[in-house]
Design a protein around this ligand. Structure first.
Ligand code: MSP
Length: 668
């Protein structure tokens, strides 16, 4: 996206899309990573003045979905509806502000797919033929004989490939080899990062085969307009979502406003579909091509792909509930250089939280607030007249240079690089305070002007940090903004304001609040308070105020085992409806329950099989601890714990609700 730099005027449109997720499983950290990155881009573009449209959604017509739905006794649409609510909830929790959530089952999408198929056919790019070959259901893709590794799909070696033979419609992909190679060469920004472009170019040079774009053995899909007994191949259908999302059915004015897409953000595993098949489809229809397809890397666990069998599929909602959406978003964007693969670990997240968010950013805010309160009666002063000394000027210049560099990095989708630049303002702010020692300046009237200058400057640094970090941590940045006593929001302020110094009106009264990133103590156990700066009280003293929402697990007063209401509040007790229950084979005491937590399905393994039969529990509302770390029991993941009363003699009574209240209700 290098040619974005300064080349495009404000108010120009920016149409951004993500891959649309398969709904045969729940949203995981990999899906979340992509949506977070897209949200960061979209918020940044808005901040920079672009008229932005951000599309995300779900890819529902897959064979896997049809099979899963059938195994659960649901229609595919019913099954999708249930899964879609989980995706939407996850994106809500992660603060992902899309403009449209598209589903491939949406009416306007179905109509768009049919229209594009008709169009490509009329222009001579679709013909009838017979397909026979291997199909990988997990990829939803046909494989060539030489793609197979020992008879299996290279990406899904544990699954079987299926032999498919049927009358199909074909898309004349082979006609596009030359035009695609030319386009890629003439538009270096088309495939990013460069490594992906090279992969695609090399593969393209090997030649292209026509691809089958319909299935006659499946009923779940968009009916082929040329033959209603067939459905459109799921990838052909899914890719078209980008055109639907641009408002194709709403007419040319709407469509031309947004199309072509400025950025398709997708994972590296699906670049072939987006960089070859998709542009060829668009060329076949006579539509302009997207400006850029960016293939991001994968989030791995200990260097390996997340895997259901290994129990390493991470639920982003649980993480966000535990550490806050902001911290999770920040960690992923800071730690994984965008475009490359990276590892996720809880330890890494905690480390990043404590060092960057609690120690650096949180501390800069806390000490600024505390000193403004103490030395200036809670009012941000005007910078002292004629008293800007060399260190003051250096701090201002370095900060502004860092913000300009951060903008260029944001435009280039180098998020970790941008954060590094912004951190120059944050750590620079802390250093500046240390050097200029406002607590000493406050001791004498003679240094009053200097004190004013220093305190004004650190408030400015915080204002700038709040604007530039808002794409990454929208909620925390709003809090910083509010504590500074500013009106509006950092998002509305716009990036340009971050490149200016001296924006806070002198006389602004701060609204000091609790620490926004209280430190997480070792082992995630005790979450204690943010280190409040010692400067207000002289040197070397740490304050010990404890934020209300972050209790510790230390024993209560006088070690009597009493807990505070805040400690109790850490346990997320919720009503869950038992949807299914079954005995666990080979474990007399265990029942496997499937519960509905109000739009979210969980599996809970409970040691109650001697006292309860599965049938007794189905349909009941029970009480569960919803934020318990998942545990493995007899190879089964238990995502929570049910509550039961236990008598001295071992009798058990599962806690239920006295009157029906609905799954998901909080228990307090
Ligand atoms: N439905 C297709 C995409 C169709 S787009 C027209 C699909 N779905 S998916 O659910 O398998 O993946 C959705 C997105 O998540 C893809 O971009 C994929 O690369 C991304 N990721 C899936 N696992 C991932 C990680 N572990 N890490 C990062 N992104 C990953 O493909």
């Amino acid at each position: 996206m290098q040619d974005d730099k300064g080349a495009r005027a404000k108010g120009e449109k920016f149409y951004l899309t993500t891959a649309i997720d398969y709904v045969n499983g729940e949203p995981h950290l990999g899906h979340a990573y992509e949506k977070i990155a897209a949200d960061v881009i979209s918020r940044f573009k808005r901040l920079a003045g672009y008229d932005t449209f951000f599309l995300t959604g779900t890819d529902e017509h897959s064979l896997n979905v049809a099979r899963k739905a059938e195994s659960e006794g649901l229609t595919p649409k019913e099954f999708c509806d249930r899964m879609v609510s989980l995706f939407k909830r996850a994106w809500d929790v992660l603060n992902i502000r899309y403009d449209r959530f598209i589903r491939t089952t949406d009416d306007d999408h179905i109509a768009t797919v049919q229209d594009m198929v008709r169009r490509a056919s009329e222009r001579g790019y679709i013909y009838e033929g017979t397909y026979s070959g291997w199909y990988c259901v997990s990829c939803e893709a046909f494989l060539r004989e030489d793609d197979l590794v020992e008879g299996h799909c290279p990406l899904h070696p544990s699954k079987k490939v299926e032999w498919v033979e049927e009358k199909n419609y074909f898309f004349a992909l082979s006609k596009f080899q030359e035009p695609l190679l030319r386009h890629i060469e003439e538009h270096p920004e088309f495939i990013q990062p460069e490594t992906r472009r090279n992969e695609i170019v090399n593969r393209l040079k090997e030649g292209l085969q026509d691809v089958s774009i319909s299935r006659s053995t499946m009923a779940w899909g968009v009916p082929m307009p040329l033959d209603e007994r067939q459905v459109v191949y799921v990838w052909f259908d899914a890719l078209i979502n980008y055109v639907t999302g641009a408002g194709y059915m709403a007419g040319p004015d709407q469509f031309n406003k947004w199309w072509p897409a400025d950025l398709h953000l997708i994972g590296k595993d699906i670049t072939w579909f987006h960089c070859v098949i998709w542009p060829a489809m668009l060329m076949a229809c006579g539509f302009p091509l997207p400006r850029t397809v960016f293939g991001h890397g994968f989030v791995n666990i200990k260097g390996a792909k997340m895997s259901k069998t290994e129990g390493t599929v991470i639920d982003p909602v649980t993480l966000a509930q535990r550490f806050g959406a902001d911290a999770l978003r920040f960690y992923l964007m800071r730690e994984i250089p965008f475009g490359r693969d990276g590892d996720f670990s809880i330890e890494g997240l905690i480390h990043c939280y404590n060092s960057d968010l609690a120690n650096d950013l949180g501390n800069l805010l806390n000490r600024t607030m505390a000193m403004t309160d103490k030395f200036l009666d809670g009012v941000i002063p005007g910078p002292g007249a004629g008293r800007a000394l060399a260190p003051d000027r250096a701090f201002i210049e370095e900060s502004l240079a860092a913000v300009r560099a951060a903008r260029a990095k944001m435009e280039g989708l180098d998020f970790s690089g941008a954060i590094e630049e912004i951190w120059r303002v944050v750590t620079g702010g802390n250093k500046y305070i240390d050097e200029r020692a406002p607590w000493s300046l406050a001791k004498s009237e003679e240094t009053r002007e200097e004190l004013n200058t220093v305190m004004y400057n650190v408030a400015e640094a915080l204002r700038i940090a709040a604007i530039t970090l808002t794409p990454f941590m929208p909620a925390a940045c709003e809090k910083i903004w509010n504590q500074l006593g500013l009106t509006g929001s950092p998002q509305d302020a716009g990036w340009d304001q971050a490149e200016r110094w001296g924006v806070i009106p002198p006389g602004t009264r701060i609204r000091r609040g609790s620490p926004i990133f209280p430190r997480i103590e070792e082992g995630e156990k005790a979450v204690s308070q943010e280190k409040v700066s010692h400067e207000t009280e002289g040197h070397a003293e740490k304050a010990t105020e404890k934020p209300a929402e972050t209790p510790t697990e230390k024993p209560g007063p006088e070690g009597e085992g009493l807990i505070t209401i805040d400690e109790f509040a850490r346990v997320n007790l919720r009503v869950a409806k038992v949807v299914d229950a079954a005995k666990v084979q080979g474990a007399d005491k265990l029942l496997r329950l499937e519960v509905d937590l109000g739009g979210e399905r969980r599996q809970i393994v409970a040691g109650i099989a001697l006292q309860y039969s599965p049938a007794e529990l189905i349909g009941k509302e029970i009480v569960v601890v919803a934020n318990l770390k998942p545990a493995k029991l007899r190879g089964l993941i238990s995502q929570g714990m049910l509550l039961a009363a236990v008598a001295e003699d071992g009798r058990l009574s599962v806690l239920t609700t006295d009157r029906e209240i609905g799954a998901g209700a909080k228990v307090r």
